[in-house]
Design a protein around this ligand. Sequence first.
Ligand SMILES: O=C(CO)[C@H](O)[C@H](O)COP(=O)(O)O
Length: 225
Amino acid sequence: MDSKRLAGEAAVNYVEDGMLLGLGTGSTVYWSLQKIGELVQSGLRIRGAPTSAETEKIARQLGIPLIALSEVSELDLTIDGADEVNPDFQLIKGGGGALLREKMAASISRRFIVVVDNSKYVPALGQFPLPVEVVPFGWQITRRQISGFGCEPVLRQVHGSPFVTDNGNYILDCQFAALEAPEELHRQLNLIPGVVENGLFVNMADMVIIGASDGSIETKVNTGV
Ligand SMILES: O=C(CO)[C@H](O)[C@H](O)COP(=O)(O)O
């Protein structure tokens, strides 16, 4: 049983007719998109705001009606994946490099549902290197300043060249020895000139749906948001 598929499809149970949806990015949300596409073909009327060029392409192929995120002031529901989730509903995101638009979508969503396989539900964040989106100009300065927080930022590369986000920026992947205070780190990182956004999502997720390879699904509801 594909645990990502289980979680991705289960989140679509929360989609209702007429909704404005934030469409996350990645291989788990891929399954949500497939399901939403099927429902649209059967008459569901929704519009989706994609969080990446990749998601936009998939959604178009599936015939999902789209609206640009920039044209939306509020979303009814955003479904998105994550790289790590802890029991306090804090997330690391950005493994696919779409963290800025994903965070913008989540920030204007009345409900934010996170879909993951059970390998990503961890007692403490930080095994996965934290992605930080930075402006290309002077990225070396930004890297040096980030390293002051106790990590060794690595410039994400594809085929020997810097990975460039949909926003024209670079990603620094930051492996922390211990990521103990996500909320404080999130705030401090975003104060560094050159940092556009970081992949810590704090106080944002309303629900986490966790799929497992034995076919089980666990749903955790955040009552503290
Ligand atoms: O944050 C993300 C992209 O920026 C993704 O949601 C995250 O990387 C999880 O991806 P996947 O579902 O493919 O494991």
